[in-house]
Each structure stands twice: as structure tokens, then as C-alpha cells.
Design a protein around this ligand. Structure first.
Ligand code: ADP
Ligand code: MG
Length: 576
């Protein structure tokens, strides 16, 4: 773990050495000042040599100035080191998250991921800066000041040193407790973020159900838990601060009494006495630091642990080492004995056999929950088949580079996800380097161009988070425009028009028909009228594929399809 942490310092060796070197010199200077004062009182003062005193003061002034510069460097460049490492880690984590598969996101709260990328990372950055050199300086000042104290008067020094074991115990004790508290705190922050994200994301539902009170209570629980954990950690910090303060003052008092006694007996000079007292302060400085360290170390490490944990989450689905690129579909897509379940003890699809020829439009119908969406999401490898195989022109999709595979496939779903931004940005998502003409052409074919022109901002119209400022039909048209731009040879239309009113549906159907022209298309449809003209209709139910054929064939077969058809037809007649 520690080695993994230090690996992040590697690109910044120079910065680290600069920071470390300056901190080291500053630490040594701090040790030197009491000695100078010692000489001042013992040698310069009694002789009343003004010249020397002025020169010595000037010397001290220079040293103080030097130390000021050093402290500036340690503070600024040291933090630069921290923020650099933090930035690298955050980038690495974000990049890693992009690779994780659907299954991971099915089971992860967005708020938790957000708190890892923000809160955790900041804590790590703090530690990355304060980490090694603070510890080193603490140890160095402790050892250095002790040596000098020994040098001045070993009896007093040994008496002072008695506190060191107590300090070590304090560090270990509070560090352990703090680490636990911080772990809890991070989880609380994650829960907190997840709650806010869920609430704000669904605020329209909250208000529509008038459930604000319920939401407030739920939030108050998270908020309260966060407060308790935070209070607990503050209590630890305060306790630690109080105990170390008391110890330091007691020892200082002790040194003063014993020192005075030594001075009276002539075993210690005035200068040595003052120097010793100052050194005691230097000696205690690391202990004061412990408060800071005790706060930032466990936080940084808790953050780093969680960071590593997430970074070590392997994507369920990744490219095989010898994966190949494929060109446009030439012959066929085949499902061969495909079985799949979202978890190991439940099965959604079992032993599916299906061939879809290039250019064909195949429609899937069947009851909700039968597995139509699942069947289609296996093709772009959003989820991995559990047994059997899916092949494209004879190549197992698991042997195809994911990028290459997903470039071949376009999906238009019922609930389109649009990014917060402009219309242009959202259309461009289909092909990031598209030209202006291509964008407008896509918009025209999706019949979105008129709407865009009617907007004062045109293409730059901001559509709000998830496209809230658009109507259902407009959102769907945007999704279709995006798809025209992507221009994939294989198309999946998953209930693309199910959420729309009949009139809008008819218009959008025309765009979809144009979109699927010349492409191999898998259509999932709720309303049978929309798929009557498909080359083939596959009826899926809980048992798997019940039957397949053209509309006429299936009607003639008087099987499940004809019953479905009958039911829908009757309900339409009923409405009329
Ligand atoms: P359809 O599209 O035919 O309505 P789906 O393929 O969406 O059906 O769902 C098939 C079954 O798989 C359902 O029982 C559903 O609850 C389950 N399911 C769908 N998506 C997931 C998921 N991401 N995680 C776990 N179970 C899922
Ligand atoms: Mg579905």
C-alpha cells in the first residue's frame, strides 16, 4: 500500500527533493537558533561588546530571512506536489471509471463515485503534501533537539525525554481511533452525496408526489449521522490536543524548576538555561504537529485505500489481448445457445438461437420483462453471455475489440439520455468530428431542423440536464439525429417511440424507417402496428423464443403472436 502510494511521487522527484531539502534546512535552522541565543547570553552579553552584538543580530536577521523564504517554498511548492499527485490520481480514477461495465454501475451509487473523485482525492492530496516531509522533520527535530539538549545538560535532557514514550503511545492510540472514524466519515459523505444526487435528480417526482417532508427526514438522517461522526473525530482531536498541551506545559515547568536549581548550584549557565528552554520548545514542536498529522494521515490513508479499492475493480468486460477489429457487417449476426442472467441464480434468457441476416429488420415482441432489452444489450457486450456465443460474421463478439464492436452498433431507446449542454453538443456525440453540414443533414433527416431554426439560439440552444427543456418527441428526434451522424451498420431500436403520443409516434416512425434503411435492424416494439412490415417478427416470452416468422405467417399460425395481435386490435376497437 505504502509503496503504491509513493509510486505517485515518481514523476515529481525534483519537486519532492526541493520541498524536502528546504524543509530539512529550515528544520536545522530552527535547531540552531537556540544555540545562538545561548552564545548570545553567555559570551556577548557579559562582555558588553556592542559591535559583536550588532553583527550577531544582523547574522540572525539573515538566517531568519532565509528561513522565511524556505518556509514559503515548503508551503507553496510542497502543496504543488500534493495537488499534482491529486490531479494524477483523479485522472487515473476517472479514466478507470470509463472502463467499468454496466454491471458495476447497476450496483453503484453515483454520489459515492462523486465523493471519491472529490472529497477522497482532496484528502489524499493533503496527505501527499504533508506526508513524508512532515514526518521526517518531526523525527529530525525531535532527535536533533534532544541531542543538543544532551549536549547542554544531560541530566535535564534525560528528564525531558521521559515524555517521548507517552507521545508515541498518544500517536498510535489516536491514529488508530481516528482511522476508524475517518473511514466512517467517508462512507457518510458518500451516502450524503448519493442522497442529494438522488433527490435532486428526482426532484420533479418528489414535488409531484408532494413528498418533500419524507425527503427532508431521510436527508436529516444522513445529515445527523455525518454530524455524529464528525463530532466524534473532533472530540478525538480535542482530547489529543488537550493532553499534549498539558504534557508540554508540565515538562516546561519541570525544566524551569530543575533548571533554576542547576543554575543556583552553578551547574548550568544562564545562556545554557535559556537555550535549553528554547530547545524544549523545538523539541515539543513535533508533538504539536501530531494534532495536524493525526488529522491528515488517517484521512489521506482512508481515501487512498478506497481509491486503490476502486482502481482494483476490474471491469467485468474487457478486450481480450488478441481481440480483432471488424469491418461492416457482411453476412449475419448469430445467437448460438445463448443463456444469460443478471445474477448467477436467476436466468433471463436460456438457450437462445437466432440468426439475423445483414440488412434484415427483425422485430422482437413479447410481454414486458421477457428479456427483449436484455437480448439486445448482449450484442454490444453491455453484459456478457453466460453460455453460448454471439457471433458477427462468424467472429465471436468476445474476440472483437469493444471500440470496434460498439462503433458498428447504434441504439435508440425509450428513455434517451441527453447530456446537459447544447443541441449541437448532443448531436455531435454521434460523431465528434462531424462537419457543420453533416450536423445539419443529420438534424434534417431526424426532422429536427425546423425546431432548431425556430429557436433563437439555434444549434446553441441549451437543453437542460437530461434534456428537460425538450418534449419527448424532440428528445427522441435528437437521439435519432445523433444516430444518423453515427451511421452504424447495425441498429437497435428499443421501444423508441413507446413513450410518445400516437401522432408524434407516426412522424418519428418515418424518421426511424429512414434511419433503418440499409442497416441491419433489431426493433423492440410494444405496439404491433409499428412492426408489421418487419422482415421477421420474433416472439419472446419467459421460456425463450416462442415463434418467429412474418406478420402474415404468424397470424396464420394462430399462436402467441396472433393472440397478442387480437388483444391489441380489440383494445383499439374498444377505444374507438
Ligand atoms: P423486456 O425488455 O422484455 O421488458 P428486460 O430485458 O428489460 O425485459 O428484463 C428482463 C428481466 O431482467 C426482468 O425480469 C428484469 O427485472 C431483469 N433486469 C433487467 N435489467 C436488469 C439489470 N440491469 N439488473 C438486474 N436485472 C435486470
Ligand atoms: Mg425492454
Amino acid at each position: 500500500m505504502i509503496r503504491r502510494f509513493f509510486a505517485y511521487y515518481r514523476p515529481y522527484k525534483g519537486l519532492f527533493l526541493l520541498d524536502f531539502g528546504c524543509a530539512l534546512i529550515a528544520g536545522l535552522l530552527e535547531l540552531g537558533f537556540p544555540l545562538v541565543v545561548n552564545r548570545f547570553v553567555d559570551d556577548l552579553l557579559p562582555n558588553e561588546e556592542w559591535n559583536l552584538i550588532i553583527w550577531a543580530s544582523l547574522g540572525l536577521l539573515v538566517l531568519y530571512l532565509l528561513n522565511t523564504v524556505l518556509l514559503y517554498i515548503v508551503n507553496y511548492w510542497g502543496h504543488m506536489l500534493g495537488i499534482n499527485i491529486e490531479t494524477d490520481m483523479r485522472k487515473k480514477l476517472f479514466d478507470h471509471i470509463q472502463k467499468l461495465s454496466f454491471r458495476f454501475f447497476d450496483n453503484t451509487k453515483t454520489g459515492h463515485l462523486m465523493s471519491r473523485l472529490t472529497n477522497d482525492m482532496m484528502q489524499i492530496g493533503e496527505m501527499a503534501h504533508h506526508g513524508p516531509e512532515d514526518l521526517f522533520i518531526a523525527v529530525m527535530t525531535l532527535a536533533g533537539s534532544f541531542t543538543l539538549m544532551l549536549f547542554i545538560n544531560w541530566k535535564l535532557a534525560v528528564l525531558t525525554f521521559v515524555v517521548v514514550p507517552i507521545i508515541i503511545w498518544l500517536v498510535v492510540y489516536f491514529n488508530g481511533k481516528m482511522t476508524k472514524a475517518i473511514h466512517q466519515l467517508f462512507t457518510d459523505v458518500g451516502d450524503f452525496n448519493a442522497r442529494v444526487e438522488d433527490n435532486v435528480g428526482g426532484i420533479r417526482v418528489v414535488q409531484a408526489f408532494a413528498n418533500e417532508e419524507y425527503e427532508k427526514e431521510r436527508f436529516a438522517v444522513n445529515n445527523g449521522r455525518f454530524r455524529m461522526t464528525k463530532l466524534f473525530s473532533y472530540k478525538l482531536i480535542a482530547k489529543n490536543g488537550a493532553i499534549s498541551y498539558m504534557m508540554m506545559r508540565l515538562v516546561t515547568l519541570f525544566v524551569m524548576v530543575c533548571g533554576t536549581w542547576f543554575v543556583i548550584r552553578g551547574q548550568l549557565s544562564y545562556g545554557e538555561f535559556v537555550g535549553f528552554l528554547l530547545l524544549t520548545n523545538v523539541f515539543f514542536r513535533p508533538i504539536e504537529k501530531i494534532n495536524a498529522i493525526i488529522e491528515s494521515y488517517p484521512q489521506g490513508f482512508a481515501g487512498f485505500k478506497r481509491y486503490v479499492e476502486l482502481l482494483d475493480t476490474e471491469p467485468d468486460i474487457a478486450d481480450r489481448p488478441n481481440a480483432v477489429e471488424i469491418g461492416e457487417l457482411q453476412k449475419e449476426i448469430r445467437y448460438e445457445g445463448v443463456s444469460f442472467g443478471y445474477d448467477s441464480d436467476s436466468s433471463v434468457l436460456s438457450n437462445i438461437n437466432l440468426t439475423i441476416r445483414q440488412g434484415e429488420t427483425v422485430a422482437f415482441v413479447g410481454p414486458s420483462g421477457a428479456g427483449k432489452t436484455t437480448l439486445c444489450s448482449l450484442l454490444p457486450r453491455f453484459y456478457e453471455v453466460q453460455s453460448g456465443a454471439i457471433t458477427i460474421d462468424g467472429v465471436d463478439i468476445r474476440d472483437i475489440k469493444m471500440q470496434s464492436l460498439r462503433h458498428q452498433i447504434g441504439i435508440v431507446q425509450q428513455d434517451v439520455y441527453l447530456f446537459a449542454g447544447t443541441i449541437r453538443e448532443n448531436i455531435l456525440y454521434g460523431k465528434l468530428n462531424a462537419s457543420e453540414e453533416e450536423i445539419w443533414e443529420a438534424a434534417r433527416r431526424a426532422r429536427l431542423d425546423e425546431f432548431i431554426r425556430s429557436q433563437p439560439e439555434g444549434m446553441e440552444t441549451v437543453i437542460g440536464e437530461r434534456g428537460v427543456k425538450l418534449s419527448g418527441g424532440q428528445k427522441q428526434r435528437l437521439a435519432i439525429a445523433r444516430m444518423f451522424l453515427k451511421n452504424p451498420p447495425i441498429l437497435i431500436l428499443d421501444e423508441a417511440t413507446s413513450a410518445l403520443d400516437t401522432e408524434t409516434e407516426q412522424v418519428i416512425q418515418q424518421s426511424l424507417a429512414e434511419l433503418s434503411q440499409g442497416r441491419t435492424t433489431l426493433v423492440i416494439a410494444h405496439r404491433l402496428a409499428t412492426i408489421k412490415n418487419a422482415d421477421r417478427i420474433v416472439v419472446v416470452n419467459e421460456e425463450g423464443i416462442a415463434e418467429q416468422g412474418t406478420h402474415e405467417e404468424l397470424l396464420a399460425a394462430r399462436g402467441p403472436y396472433s393472440r397478442l395481435h387480437q388483444a391489441q386490435f380489440q383494445s383499439v376497437v374498444g377505444v374507438l
